[in-house]
Ligand binder design. Sequence first.
Ligand code: TXA
Ligand code: MG
Length: 320
Amino acid sequence: MKTTIGVETATAAELLRAGHVVAIPTETVYGLAANALWPPAVAEVFAVKNRPHFDPLIVHVGGVEDLPRYAVDFPAAALRLAERFWPGPLTLLLPRRPLISDLVTSGLERVALRAPDHPMTLALLALLDFPLAAPSANPFGYVSPTTARHVHDQLGGRIPYILDGGPCRVGLESTIVGFEAGVPVVYRLGGLPVEAIERVVGPVQVRATQSSNPAAPGMLHSHYAPRKPLILGDPEQLLEAHAGKRIGLLLFSPRNLSGTNVSVVLSATADLSEAAQHLFAAMRTLDQADIDLIVAERAPEEGLGRAINDRLMRAAGHRA
Ligand code: TXA
Ligand code: MG
């Protein structure tokens, strides 16, 4: 199949209406989208991504007004969060209405809903009379794509169209929030900092660091992983411990270190949002570099730094 990279929302809409799978830009990462209300199209998403059916998909909607169309009996706090942060990097896990199929939720009672904050994809959703089921547009288990080129590198030939909305502004997947007995629970750290959520709904429970999480079965520790081994820790010590190996450094901010073949700095000014924006592209660059091992340093454990560290730990956990 020939894969076209383009900027025509009308073309993407036409393909989606015909039941095809199209890659779409969002502010977090690129998604692999299909008509969420048409199971054969959703099944094609799983097939293209090589994704197991037990891992459910996020349903992308145009805005907060769509929330009651697909979810029911949700707490007032969910509505407050959607009103405050949609469109944006927040996914809400809420009791589903029956028009959302088992295929989308993997048979779970809750549906994951999110309004993506990207002008092209919001325009696309406005052209459609159905929401879009979309996982990140990478093969199952690999690092999420943050450019159209990343999508093409891995899924070119398997989908007809990639809607090119430029590099993703946030660079990390959405933060996933649900409610248990009225208490907000974060199941995946992501592009919306926990602190921002707490300012709206008060204290939340963060359950995202568990290696297996029955409420969000996709949160396995082998996710977001480059193929090269990645070790997380103090770069100086790790360089010494692995002397003789060809090492690629993934640094949060600039440092003076010798003995590496390649190094990538996530932010010259130690800025967390800039680092988040560059993280996945940096992992891809190092994965393709002529090195044996990626040595990565942690970001400060606050705000987006928590989500950056979560992805680094998962990337490292791949080989644990
Ligand atoms: O930023 C994002 O969230 C991106 C963009 C494309 O929107 N999407 C994304 O999708 O990261 P995906 O499929 O790669 O990750 C979604 C995660 C998965 O781990 C999945 O298990 C979980 O959300 N999830 C989706 N629906 C769920 C449900 N009904 N119940 C529990 N977990 C769910
Ligand atoms: Mg993913």
